[in-house]
Design a protein around this ligand. Sequence first.
Ligand code: TRH
Length: 362
Amino acid sequence: MTIDIFCDVIDNFGDAGVCWRLASIFSCEHGFPVKLYINDAETLSKITAGLDPKKLPCLVQGVEIHDWKDAETSEPSQVVIETFGCRLPIAFEHKIAAARPQPIWINLEYLSAEDWVEGCHSLPSPHPSLNVNKYYFFPGVTKKTGGLMIEKDLFIRQERFAKDRNKFLESFNLDPALFTVFVFCYPGAPLAEFYKALRQRGKEINLLLPKGAATDILSKLYEEHPSRNIQFGVSKMVPQSKFDKFLWASDSLIIRGEDSFVRAQLSGKPFIWNIYPQTEETHIKKLEAFGERIRPYYGESYQTWIDMNLSWNKSSRDLTCCWERWCHELPLMKEAAQHWRDHLVSLGSLADNLLSFVKSKI
Ligand code: TRH
């Protein structure tokens, strides 16, 4: 089965991150020939080892990476995956409609825990002018969605990493005996409030941070208000295959967007989601919808989880107070995070669910 994946990078790393993860799973785990058409290989190169964005097309980890414009002169594969409604080149759409057997055309949507997703998942959408259907496939956290991307060896790799954790943290000059928080968030997050909360709590803590705008803001806060109880460990950006190590090494996670949000859930660690900001507080509705999904798994610690997460995504919560409760209830939330992970595993991996769906249409 040959597969085309189309990626239109809007901003940040998540569009490229989700597409690269899917392409890698199809190529490495299933051995399918995969072509990834992308409009911004420069961004992809920041999270992928061995990709020179100036030398396309190229083969990286079994994936054939093309500039988006190559699609104008290419024939469609048996499966075409449009991601996040990125709209394919018109000429390519016509080729899909004309090809026999007709390719299966999928639109892989953004992750959302909102109720409406279940009603739309896997539905066909007839093309307005061509004789072809596009099927909407939704990642999700319930049985009536496509589930989440989970590599087959993910948990074995996480277990193996445990013995290397201390050395990993020491490589960032962090004391592995201290409570460690991984921070990968947007620069607009309440970083000054967070830093104040850490100083007020006064307990020794490691902050593990990838280079970026949010880390620059926190570093500046540290320079202005040095604090002996806070240790900074700053890392350069690493290939996506190594990103999970940040999560596995830490005791609490602050993550963002979509792909790191998923990886945090799969790590089984307590996490705070700095959701991608949207107009009219649409992102708050998404956060609260996700909260309702995890509520049964978090039980009495749910209120602490949602208050902490709301404090990171809107100003109506006292972050210092939420942080105190968060640290106090960490053991409860760690247990809940692991129950939630078990639930996600029970849904099956998105790649397998997508392949089963495709086979049902052939
Ligand atoms: O970078 P993001 O904010 O991407 C966002 C989201 O995808 C959002 O849904 C989308 O609408 C918006 O972009 C346009 O966050 P996300 O989704 O966590 O993607 C980050 C990716 O970068 C993820 O795959 C992990 C990867 N990464 C690395 O591989 N190495 C690194 O060192 C770091 C820091 C990240």
